[in-house]
Design a protein around this ligand. Sequence first.
Ligand code: GDP
Ligand code: MG
Length: 162
Amino acid sequence: PLPVLAVVGRPNVGKSTLVNRILGRREAVVEDVPGVTRDRVFYEAEWSGTDFWLVDTGGWEDRVQGIAYRVAEQAELAVELADVVLFVVDANVGITATDEQLLKVLRRAKRPIILCANKVDDERGELEAAALWNLGLGEPHPVSALHGRGSGDLLDAVLAVM
Ligand code: GDP
Ligand code: MG
């Protein structure tokens, strides 16, 4: 079976945008408003010759559990099937209480966690991203899922622990 990479994060941090970026095509539904239903949340992806399943956990939560966002449950479901967790935060917003709550669940699962500091669209955002070293998850990977900035380095980091 292929390894599973679960993309986890609170609504609107850019999970689906990142999934599309990794796929190189638009399949995951991107919305300005959190809580969008879609048909499929598992996508077959490839990077540097490695195939893996990519899971857009936001979509799964919408479909299985309805509109209400249940942070801990989403994270628990995701890490249960994940080999590697890609934890996405919005570098411009910083760490919120919801992020902290999610992270607590993720840490318990003892899967490797790669930290993606998303929405770093240009150099100015790098400083905010660097502040995320505080989380104790190792290097925060600054990425612009929207423009593609940093996504290759992020995937290299994922593959290194996969
Ligand atoms: P999700 O709820 O975590 O799946 O987030 P989405 O992928 O649906 O994105 C939510 C919003 O953030 C959309 O308006 C995206 O266009 C925007 N967004 C996602 N990634 C980036 C990024 O790297 N930079 C900027 N500026 N906006 C982004
Ligand atoms: Mg989404």
